[in-house]
Ligand binder design. Structure first.
Ligand code: NAP
Length: 337
């Protein structure tokens, strides 16, 4: 889909709620919704937090963005924010591996969103789940294509103390159950690791992953693989599944799977001036192989994924622009993409 096609679509005066509006992905969802003419109600637990200031600067924000103080665990505050909305983008979630901070807020917050959605009779709820609710399954064979039919194994998440993936999986399951019981139209987006420009002033967890390779703090890279996607594509995926009446179920949102060795190679090609690691951290295992996955469902809705090189390039440029990454003094110069 071209940018022209994207911007020709319109919110038609609809009002939608975006939870955790000042977050990395949610800020992009708010930006694209405003560009398409939607009225947006963004929620945050703390409206005065400077990390939300950028939202008011977005094009169309003055006329069509209102911010509401909402704690997802406080159902009444959610109901107030959602009343009168046509749709909800539920993106807020703790992102931590602490089981207490992760599981209950993610699960109960999501259930509350569905309850409030049902009372407000919204047309559709789009929930931001994660690849973490899809691929954590040790019994999957190497040739299996990871797609929307895959679910993470809760026992495996528990045993490996991966409380983030556990929490996201239980939250998504709870969303499906609650939506079914209450007759709410729910569609889910499962993004992989998200990269690309930050709109918010603060750094988020997925861009820290790249920052560590540029600051000299990582001396080696892990023998591991990771799937990546551009943040603008993730935001657009949310809006496409909201705007397409026939959209249903889950949508795996990823562009490609890279070994960390590929990541540092791309970074070193475009940004040779930084101390990017060149050696793998030896773990005695053969080089990890990327898993196969399908993003066909989103492609069928018209999404054209940004190549991962561009996502990595945009991430570094944004980290520099926002002051999270110093320009080095070395005489080598960044290459143009
Ligand atoms: N970044 C990735 O690579 C990635 C990949 C797959 C899925 N996801 C999912 O995408 C969503 C957004 O991620 P992000 O990277 O944009 O994260 P982020 O920048 O940290 O934003 C998360 C937002 O959630 C809200 N939040 C955090 N803890 C909360 C809690 N206990 N109760 C209520 N609200 C809370 C925060 O809003 P306030 O503090 O203003 O209330 C925050 O703005 C999450 O659901 C995450 O699981 C992210």
């Amino acid at each position: 889909m071209s940018d022209d096609q994207r911007s020709s679509l319109s919110g038609n005066g609809q009002t939608v709620c975006v939870t955790g509006a000042g977050g990395y992905i949610a800020s992009w969802i708010v930006k694209l919704l405003l560009e398409r003419g939607y009225h947006v109600r963004g929620t945050s637990r703390n409206l005065d937090d400077p990390k939300n200031a950028h939202l008011r600067e977005l094009e169309g924000a003055r006329e069509r963005l209102s911010l509401r103080k909402v704690d997802l665990l406080n159902l009444e505050s959610l109901k107030d924010a959602i009343a009168g909305c046509d749709g909800i983008f539920h993106t807020a979630s703790p992102i931590t591996n602490d089981p207490e901070e992760m599981v209950s807020p993610a699960v109960n917050g999501t259930k509350n969103v569905i309850v409030a959605a049902s009372e407000a009779k919204v047309k559709r709820v789009v929930f931001t789940s994660s690849i973490g609710a899809v691929y954590m399954n040790p019994t999957r064979g190497p040739d299996v294509v990871v797609d929307e039919s895959c679910w993470s194994d809760l026992e495996f998440c528990k045993n490996t103390k991966n409380w983030y993936c556990y929490g996201k999986t239980v939250a998504e399951l709870a969303a499906w159950d609650e939506a079914k019981e209450r007759g709410v139209d729910l569609v889910v987006v499962n993004p992989v690791y998200v990269l690309g420009p930050l709109l918010q002033p603060t750094i988020n967890i997925s861009t820290v992953h790249i920052l560590q390779y540029l600051t000299g703090s990582a001396k080696t890279y892990a023998n591991a693989i990771q799937a990546y996607v551009h943040v603008k594509d993730v935001a657009l995926a949310h809006i496409l599944v909201y705007e397409t009446p026939s959209a249903s179920g889950r949508y795996l949102c990823g562009e490609s799977v890279l070994h960390r060795g590929d990541v540092v190679e791309i970074l070193a090609k475009y940004f040779p001036e930084y101390p990017i690691p060149t050696k793998v951290k030896e773990d005695g295992k053969p080089r990890a192989k990327p898993y196969k996955f399908s993003n066909q469902k989103l492609k069928d809705l018209g999404l054209q994924f940004t190549p991962v090189k561009q996502s990595l390039y945009d991430t570094v440029k944004s980290l520099q622009d926002k002051g999270h990454l110093k320009f080095p003094t070395k005489q080598k110069h960044s290459a143009k993409l």
